[in-house]
Each structure stands twice: as structure tokens, then as C-alpha cells.
Ligand binder design. Structure first.
Ligand code: NAP
Length: 246
């Protein structure tokens, strides 16, 4: 499905990003695994892809750094000649009620989740415009659609990702580039591992399908949106959340 495609996946050293990288590679794409701090974990993802007969390489870059993203994109294009798929998955949480939320925690979440997504699109869209093709998939969240108490920074960043997605879809459509967002609900990763049993149970009660998602639930949707089967889909926010957003 994705043979001869080059895919850049941000935050692919762990969790959902790891699964997206492995899934895209299984479909035939050559994957660039971006990570920030977890080099060993990123190496493990590369080895897993190669053990399955796929191709992968690593690129360390803090996506919140505009200049570092520019350098990453330049080097990848120099090396590969083209980039066909960009998955903006890197993200963090710094949860707290608004009265207690520190300015630095608001800034950190916005800088990585929203500005990081802007940074990669800003630098890579020029190449995709030249190619007259490209698939951009941004990972948003159900929190960005519904809001979530304790997540003012995170929900704002993920709502921002939706606005960015719709605007980029309009700007880039005439050159055959699609831009979509996937909005996961609660997914079993290190991000949700930290939640107390009580919070997990009350979250589950809000999920019609009655369980947290698996990283593969998200990765399968990303692989579909990255494929030519989704050529006529752009500017959409696809919820993969067990029905939370019905
Ligand atoms: P996770 O397990 O905590 O993994 C986060 C990933 O993002 C790691 O690979 C991390 O890389 C990377 N990352 C963090 N800061 C970065 C930076 N500045 N530059 C580059 N990479 C960075 O999180 P996850 O649960 O897989 O979440 C992945 C995405 O899905 C996020 O955007 C998250 O908001 C979204 N999401 C998750 C859920 C959920 O329930 N898990 C629900 C909705 C949406 P390093 O370890 O190398 O720093």
C-alpha cells in the first residue's frame, strides 16, 4: 500500500508514534523515526522495523525548535530526495486545574503539541508543493474537541491542531496534498499510565465501547489516511475514541 513512500513520524520512539512507524513500515514505507530524548527506545523501533523486513532511520530533533525542524527537513530531503507522508504525533501533557497551572507548563504543551506541528508543516510543505503530492496527518485528541477539566493547555493545543489542519488542508489542496487529523480518545500508553485507577475507571465509563484504545487502533487509521485509498479525504478530524465523541 505504501511502497516507495518516505514517511516522517514525529515522537516515534514510544507509544502511539512507535506503532504508527511500525505500521507504516509494514505497509511498505521507509520510515524516519523522529524522537527527542529516548534514543534507545527509538533504536528499538528501528530494529523492530528492520527485523520485519522494513527500512527505517532515526532523527533526533525537538519539534518545538523551529530552526532544528528546518535542519531536520533539509537533511531528510537531501538524503531521500522526497518525503511523502508526515505524521505529527509528538506530544506531551502537563495537566493541572487552571488556577494551579504554571505558565511554563502552558507554554511547554503549546510549544510541542501545536507549534511543533506548525514547525514541521512549515518546513516540509514547500517540498510537498514541489512534488505536487503529500499526506499530512496530525494527531489531535478528543480533549481538543470536547475539552477536559485539568487539561486547559493540552485541550487548547489539540484544538489548535484542528484549526491548523483545516487551514493547511485548504491551502495545500490545489497541489494534491491532503491534511487530516486523527483524534484519539484514551489510549494505553505511558501518557495514560500515570492516571489513577479512579480516573481510568471514570474515563472508561464515558467510552461507549467500554475500553481504552490500543496504539494499533490509531496507527491503522493513520496508515489508511496515508494511503491513496484516502486521496479524496482532506481537512477532516477522524475520531478514534471508542465512541466518546458521539
Ligand atoms: P507518549 O507515550 O508519552 O510518547 C510521546 C512521544 O512524543 C515520545 O516518542 C516522545 O519522544 C515524543 N516527544 C515528546 N516531546 C517531543 C519533542 N519536543 N520533540 C520530539 N518528540 C517529542 O505519548 P502517546 O500516548 O504515544 O501520545 C502520542 C500522541 O497522541 C500525542 O500527540 C498525544 O497528545 C496524542 N494522544 C494520546 C492519547 C492517549 O491517550 N495516549 C490520547 C489522545 C491523543 P522522546 O521520548 O524521545 O522524548
Amino acid at each position: 500500500m505504501l511502497e516507495n513512500k518516505i514517511a516522517l513520524v514525529t515522537g516515534a520512539s514510544r507509544g502511539i508514534g512507535r506503532e504508527i512507524a511500525i505500521t507504516l513500515a509494514k505497509e511498505g514505507a521507509e520510515v524516519i523515526i523522529n524522537y527527542n530524548g529516548s534514543q534507545e527506545r527509538a533504536e528499538e523501533v528501528k530494529q523492530t522495523i528492520e527485523a520485519g523486513g522494513g527500512k527505517a532511520s532515526l532523527f533526533q530533533c525537538n519539534v518545538s525548535d523551529f530552526a532544528a525542524c528546518e535542519a531536520m527537513v533539509k537533511e531528510i530531503i537531501k538524503e531521500q530526495g522526497h518525503v511523502d507522508i508526515l505524521v505529527n504525533n509528538a506530544g506531551i501533557t502537563r495537566d493541572n486545574l487552571i488556577m494551579k497551572m504554571k505558565e511554563e507548563d502552558f507554554d511547554a504543551v503549546l510549544n510541542i503539541n501545536l507549534k511543533g506541528t506548525f514547525n514541521t508543516i512549515r518546513h516540509l510543505s514547500r517540498q510537498m508543493l514541489k512534488q505536487r503530492s503529500g499526506k499530512i496527518i496530525n494527531i489531535s485528541s478528543v480533549s481538543g474537541i470536547l475539552g477536559n477539566a485539568g487539561q486547559a493547555n493540552y485541550a487548547a493545543s489539540k484544538a489548535g491542531v484542528i484549526g491548523l489542519t483545516k487551514t493547511m488542508a485548504r491551502e495545500l489542496a490545489s497541489r494534491g496534498i491532503t491534511v487530516n487529523a486523527v483524534a484519539p480518545g484514551f489510549v494505553d500508553t505511558e501518557m495514560t499510565e500515570v492516571l489513577s485507577q479512579q480516573v481510568k475507571e471514570s474515563a472508561c465509563a464515558q467510552i461507549p465501547l467500554g475500553r481504552f484504545g490500543k496504539p494499533s487502533d490509531i496507527a491503522n487509521m493513520v496508515a489508511y489516511l496515508a494511503s491513496d485509498k484516502a486521496d479524496y479525504i482532506t481537512g477532516q478530524v477522524i475520531s478514534v475514541d471508542g465512541g466518546m465523541n458521539i
